[in-house]
Write a protein that binds this ligand. Structure first.
Ligand code: MN
Length: 196
């Protein structure tokens, strides 16, 4: 749950300047310093007087429409995205491994399906691993600023497939970028998002 301070959301600071060659320093400068910052600034301008200014970010995303939804969704999406990466990532623990094996057959099968759903999402959006209300793990595609919380899911892991996320490093090679992202996923962060 991400909560506002004095009715405003803050741009989270990054604990890294680059993530090897997977997400380079220049990409991070634009993606975090320009794109993400603009979503935070736009959301904070729209909040006063909206009636949503005391809610958590997840609640704002569930209730907002139009420009407010687009900016709030992108703040939530990017907050979860940048938090889940590390240059010294923790490996996957037994709990998450067991859940992925139960619901996808194997961790490798899960990764291939996740990459495939990211590669085949036409245009801009996000691919997500989430937990549903029955405790099952599911992969979903969400267009533009949408987030699994709008479908009643608990988001666990996401890859950003907007071109601004990878174009400086990988140009048109989205599939190669998605395959490389596994190197920097901190599985402890992902596992901590499990609601059970
Ligand atoms: Mn992005």
């Amino acid at each position: 749950m991400i909560t506002p301070t004095n009715k405003q959301f803050a741009l989270p600071q990054l604990p890294y300047e680059a993530l090897g060659t997977v997400i380079g320093k220049e990409t991070l400068g634009f993606h975090h310093g320009k794109h993400f910052k603009a979503y935070v600034d736009n959301l904070n301008k729209l909040l006063p007087g909206s009636g949503l200014e005391d809610l958590s970010l997840e609640e704002v995303v569930r209730k907002a429409t139009g420009g407010m939804f687009n900016n709030a969704g992108q703040v939530l999406n990017h907050s979860l995205y940048f938090e889940q990466f590390s240059n010294t990532p923790h490996t996957m623990g037994a709990k998450l491994t067991g859940l992925l094996e139960r619901d996808f057959g194997s961790v490798d099968t899960f990764k291939k399906e996740f990459e495939q759903k990211g590669t085949t999402l036409f245009g801009s959006g996000w691919v997500w691993l989430s937990a549903n209300s029955e405790g099952k793990l599911v992969i979903t595609q969400h267009k533009d600023a949408d987030n699994p919380v709008t479908a009643g899911l608990t988001p666990l892991l996401t890859f950003d497939v907007w071109e601004h996320a990878y174009y400086l490093d990988y140009q048109n090679r989205r599939a190669d970028h998605l395959a490389a992202l596994w190197q920097i996923v901190d599985w402890q962060v992902v596992e901590k998002r499990l609601p059970f």
